[in-house]
Design a protein around this ligand. Structure first.
Ligand code: FAD
Ligand code: SIN
Length: 532
């Protein structure tokens, strides 16, 4: 199969880019691949909203830039922060024109919410299902473009580079080029070679590498792992953001339900099991301190009190207003027997967002030619050591746009894509037993949660590395002899992600932002990026 523009991922980054290239180049083909349904993405689960300076009477670009830099703890690329904050407003206007609806008050002004680390109310939202609404608007606009095709249940296995033409490709090979991807059709089990002139990776997050995560099951870091295998550059993987308040729900399968930070923005208070509003002891910004501080404080309280959760107290909040802003959370709590007007909500931190990823420049270009990356899989320099809440939907749209701008030039200068060999499945057989995959995945999540979570030590990182080596060895052997399946490939990708996190965490001999190592409790001399 051949396409002009190939887009891997149908979240906010992939869809924004596809809509732009599709409408600007009606004579060119755009193919979007997504591994399950077109709307099953991290984007769909985004609750709080999208940050943007909308009210210039109280807010300013300078304030949003400053808040982002403070959260990033000295590692944001300032020029990137400036361009995202300033260009972000145009991107928000654009998605409103494409049909996304954000809540307004009776005067027709946007209702702007507040989240941790923001000095002003600047979060646009659609109740507590903002991502779902944005995804809906993008998919509806894309459906009108005849030249854009979405392949659902297509699992991208690997990027195609000179390596597949028989050349030796290493990290120091100059001008590695991307010619497309190999994709497994999950329904027919066929492996298809897709040649593309320009490819965008928009494969989202990595949360599934941890036992407890807010990310749905698709978030297995496939794009980052593929780039690493293709010898592209990955950076800053030690900075994994744990959301402070996921609903504590023992036995919940797959992922944890999020209680958006906007609930604290509207006045909810964190309490420990003695009822103490403990955030006062940790930070002057109390419950609305940046996420790294709140998550560590909760982790500490849980350890001191020997509990598996703390409480989020919403009992004092006007119920009618709560239901109007957070209908989804209200219903979810009700479904598990929690009446938010009478009961406190048990919450605990869960892996939420990867600040690092595929290294890109300010136009979304990766270290591999004709390969772009945008959204959560990319590391643009916006977040530094810790992402400011609700900056990721904004970043995804800004970099999808910037990738589109550069790809629009690139498309005219791409050489003819060479003849690509078919996928080589020689010597592989159907898997004999799934337990080899499922048990390894469980072990992996256990290792990462116990040793490479919110608080790290050198010894824990060392133990994680040793155990990952074994899992890697066993899984590679299995991969060599087994027909590919999403489960096997996701396990392999997750092991790579775990390796990258542990490796980058080992490089950073200090505690900064989301990376907290008790053997190096203070900040060191500035080490900008950890690159692999
Ligand atoms: P995603 O939306 O995750 O899309 C990834 C796509 O890649 C999917 O279509 C998937 O199928 C596809 N894919 C992955 N691997 C493969 C493969 N091998 N083959 C084929 N397809 C593949 N951010 C905010 O700014 N504000 C918020 O309020 C907010 N709330 C959040 C709440 C939750 C519960 C979560 C989980 C995240 C939240 N975030 C929020 C973060 C934000 O939602 C994500 O960072 C963002 O949506 C990521 O978008 P994306 O386009 O990069 O990837
Ligand atoms: C939330 O709604 O609390 C999540 C916001 C984010 O991850 O940016």
């Amino acid at each position: 199969m051949q396409t002009d523009f190939l887009v891997i991922g149908s979240g906010i980054a992939g869809l924004t880019y596809a809509l732009k290239v599709g409408s600007s180049f009606p004579d060119k083909t755009v193919t979007i691949i997504t591994k399950t349904m077109s709307d099953e993405t991290n984007t769909k689960y985004a609750q709080g909203g999208i940050a943007g300076v909308m009210d210039f009477t109280t807010d300013s670009f300078e304030k949003h830039i400053e808040d982002t830099l403070i959260a990033g703890d000295g590692l944001c690329r300032k020029e990137v922060v400036e361009l995202v904050v300033k260009e972000g407003v145009e991107r928000i206007q654009e998605i409103i024109e494409w049909g996304a609806r954000f809540d307004k008050d009776n005067e027709g002004e946007f209702k702007l919410g507040k989240e941790g680390g923001h000095s002003e109310n600047r979060i646009l939202h659609h109740k507590d299902i903002t991502g779902k609404e944005m995804e809906r608007a993008l998919l509806a606009s894309i459906a009108e473009l005849e030249n854009v095709k979405i392949i659902t249940h297509g699992f991208v296995l690997d990027l195609i580079t000179q390596h597949h033409l028989g050349y030796l490709v290493t990290k120091s090979t100059p001008d590695i080029e991307c010619y497309g991807v190999y994709m497994l059709n999950i329904n027919t089990h066929e492996i298809i070679t897709i040649q593309s002139k320009i490819t965008l990776l928009a494969t989202g997050g990595i949360g599934q590498v941890y036992r407890s995560t807010t990310n749905p099951s698709i978030a297995t870091g496939d794009g980052i792992a593929m780039v690493y295998r293709a010898k592209g550059r990955i950076e800053n993987m030690e900075f994994i953001q744990f959301h402070p308040t996921a609903l504590y729900e023992p036995g919940a399968k797959g992922y944890s339900f999020l209680i958006t930070e906007a609930v604290r923005g509207d006045g909810a208070i964190l309490r420990n099991d003695t009822g103490e509003a403990f955030m006062e002891r940790y930070d002057s910004r109390k419950d609305l301190a940046p996420r790294d501080i709140v998550a560590r404080a909760i982790d500490n309280e849980m350890k001191i009190h020997g509990t598996e959760f703390v409480y989020l107290d919403c009992r004092h909040m006007p119920l009618e207003k709560f239901i109007e802003h957070f209908p989804n959370i209200y219903e979810k709590c009700k479904s598990v027997g929690i009446d938010v007007s009478k009961d406190m909500i048990p919450v605990s931190p869960a892996a939420h967002y990867s600040c690092g990823g595929i290294k890109t420049d300010e136009y979304g270009r990766t270290s591999i030619k004709h390969l772009y990356a945008a959204g959560e899989c990319a590391s643009t320099g916006l977040h530094g050591a810790n992402r400011l809440a609700s900056n990721s939907l904004l970043e995804a749209m800004v970099f999808a746009h910037r990738s589109f701008v550069m790809a629009s030039r690139d498309i005219h200068i791409v050489n003819q894509v060479p003849e690509i060999p078919e996928w080589n499945a020689a010597g592989t057989k159907a898997p004999a037993e799934m337990i080899l995959i499922t048990q390894s995945k469980k072990e992996l999540k256990q290792i990462m949660s116990d040793y490479v979570g919110i608080v790290r030590t050198n010894e824990r990182l060392g133990r994680a590395a040793t155990r990952l080596d074994l899992l890697h060895l066993e899984t590679e052997k299995l991969y060599q002899r087994t027909e590919v399946s999403p489960a096997l490939c996701e396990l392999r990708n997750l092991i790579t992600i775990a390796y990258l996190i542990v490796k980058c965490a080992g490089f950073r001999k200090e505690s900064r932002g989301l990376h907290y190592n008790t053997d190096f409790p203070g900040k060191g001399a500035i080490l900008q990026d950890t690159i692999l």
